[in-house]
Ligand binder design. Sequence first.
Ligand code: SAH
Length: 252
Amino acid sequence: MVHFVGAGPGAPDLITVRGKQYLEEADVIIYAGSLVNPKLLEYTKDVCTIYNSAKMTLEEVISVMEKAEEEGKMTVRLHTGDPCIYGAIREQMDILDEKGIPYDSCPGVSSFCGAASALNLEYTLPDISQSVIITRMEGRTPVPSKESIQSFAAHQATMVVFLSIGMLEELSRRLVEGGYSEDTPAAIVYKATWEDEKKFICTVGTLAQTAAENNITKTALMIIGDAVKTSNYQRSKLYDPGFTTEFRKAVK
Ligand code: SAH
């Protein structure tokens, strides 16, 4: 059996209880070494074989899983954050299906949640934004043209941009082209929840400058929208004294 496990955004105690249990039981671990905190590997038992997938191809990853399965071993495939976001898990699962190797998936705390915690942010403020757009600039992996930054910017929803720290001038240009003003609040969070986490509040117009001045060149998320800074939001209805809910009567 193969368990795909979300490692969380960085801090080793932000893996789920279930994910940690799988690490403790695993005979084989294949971890995404470019982003997973190696401290998580301390949870493993002594007799566990560990592979760093940063140095492996898809075929090599699968062959490790296949061999482990033949030997009746349990494999953990440890992905950063939550495996469902830019995790490249589907291509692994499809081959495992072909080979008849069973698997399941254990969620993790995505780095976009880790970044919000770093800034004590609520992405979904009433009257400001009730949606979060998770996206990226195209790099070597293309992004469908219908999902351009400009088209998403038109919504003025909270936007979290992954995998794009090297393209911030272009990101700003597209955000402005799509309708954000240059002074829209933005943030850059580097290594959210790691010991060396760094966070910067800036604006759409100063994203590139902020990253350059602080030498941020990888492992960062950009957050864009008024939710980053505004104090102009509405209170929630759920906790409004004048609002009756399933669990509480309105105070007259
Ligand atoms: N599955 C992961 C994302 C993998 S893609 C998740 O759910 O978080 C890798 C990208 O995620 C990085 O380029 C960076 O943009 C972002 N990232 C991952 N960990 C991060 C962290 N701790 N802080 C900020 N960004 C992070």
